[in-house]
Ligand binder design. Structure first.
Ligand code: PMP
Length: 340
């Protein structure tokens, strides 16, 4: 056991967990990088730390300064924990559609929350654009100064995965990895891990698993950004080539509907003890598709982005699922049936 001087030293170095059913179904070894084990509970702790470290190194973020960000929640939770540990403050602009659990967590961490209507990126009032304008305003208004984390286009985000997540996967497997696949929010994880692994093994296959309603599957298969459908997953589903996605080395693309991803999420909870968020279901479904593409005997890594407790009121709520005609496992509604 080593002692972490601060909580930020406990970010990363997550284990790879063998996913039994996915591996058995494909004859491949499918492994999930357990990012839900980060102190803030998601893969975004890594990006948050690198964004803050970069802003400090550039002299943009001063002691006591404010970090402003537009986020679906997990980046905000990561930024708030890094900020609290290092002496900064956080202001988070979040679409009101995101889960109550993530908003509650941000408030508990002392972040100032600005809830805004969910509108497309093209709209000037989109949460990302609003957060940029708010950062500019607060930089003038607050004596301690403010920065915009700008996770979508700030490549300090993907640098976290080039320097940590990718090399960890490589070292954990001694280089014995044939494919990596995940979904995109900012694209930091996919591009960063992809760049790191391609540099070590050019023959590796890097894949994107896109949820419905996102435009990247269409972009990587036809060159055109086009979206259709919807998904209840949160934190993923990108409609443009973000700064972090520029030059991402993508070899394979698939699009995963919710009714393919959700049974995988529920099966992992019931039969493998892994309670995960919806994006992890898209990722594991994508890993299964990449495994079928590459054939048996390969090792494929994906990301278990965050834990299921963050979505108790939606993804793990049978009424919510039935309302959307989504697959609902019988055990979800079968709680507290035994008389004492
Ligand atoms: N899953 C969840 C639950 C997330 O919150 C995010 C980040 N928004 C992602 C996946 C995608 O990560 P990235 O931003 O690195 O593409």
């Amino acid at each position: 056991m080593t002692i972490a001087p601060t909580v930020i030293d406990a970010i990363g170095k997550s284990p790879l967990i063998e996913l039994r059913a996915a591996s058995k179904a494909t004859g491949c070894r499918i492994l999930g990088k357990a990012e839900f084990m980060n102190p803030g509970g998601s893969v975004k702790d890594r990006a948050a730390l690198y964004i803050v470290k970069d802003a400090v190194a550039r002299g943009a973020l001063k002691p006591g300064g404010v970090i402003v960000e537009g986020t679906a929640g997990n980046t905000g939770i990561g930024l708030a924990l890094v900020a609290n540990a290092l002496g900064y403050k956080t202001v988070i602009v979040i679409p009101e559609t995101q889960s109550q659990e993530k908003k509650d967590m941000l408030r508990l961490q002392g972040a100032e929350l600005v809830e805004v209507p969910a509108v497309p990126y093209a709209n000037p009032n989109n949460y990302v654009k609003l957060s940029g304008r708010l950062a500019e305003r607060l930089a003038k208004e607050r004596p301690e100064g403010a920065i915009w984390a700008n996770q979508f286009d700030n490549v300090a985000n993907r640098e976290a995965h080039i320097e940590t997540t990718g090399p960890e996967i490589w070292d954990e497997l001694g280089g014995a990895v044939d494919g990596f696949i995940c979904a995109c929010g900012t694209g930091g994880t996919l591009a960063g891990v992809g760049i790191a692994l391609k540099a070590r093994k050019p023959a590796i296959k890097i894949g994107i698993a896109d949820p419905m309603g996102a435009a990247l599957y269409s972009y990587y298969t036809t060159g055109e950004l086009k979206a259709s459908g919807t998904s209840i997953t949160e934190g993923i589903g990108q409609g443009r080539i973000t700064g972090n996605l520029v030059d991402a080395p993508i070899d394979f693309a698939c699009q995963i509907p919710d009714d393919e991803a959700l049974p995988i999420v529920f099966d992992l909870a019931e039969n493998e003890g892994l309670m995960l968020g919806g994006s992890s279901g898209i990722n594991v479904a994508g890993a299964i598709r990449l495994a079928r593409e590459l054939g048996p005997g390969k090792t494929i890594v994906t990301v278990l982005c965050d834990g299921g407790a963050r979505y108790a009121s939606k993804l793990y709520n049978p009424e919510f699922l039935r309302g959307l005609n989504l697959p609902t496992p019988p055990w979800l509604g079968a709680r507290d049936k035994i008389d004492p």
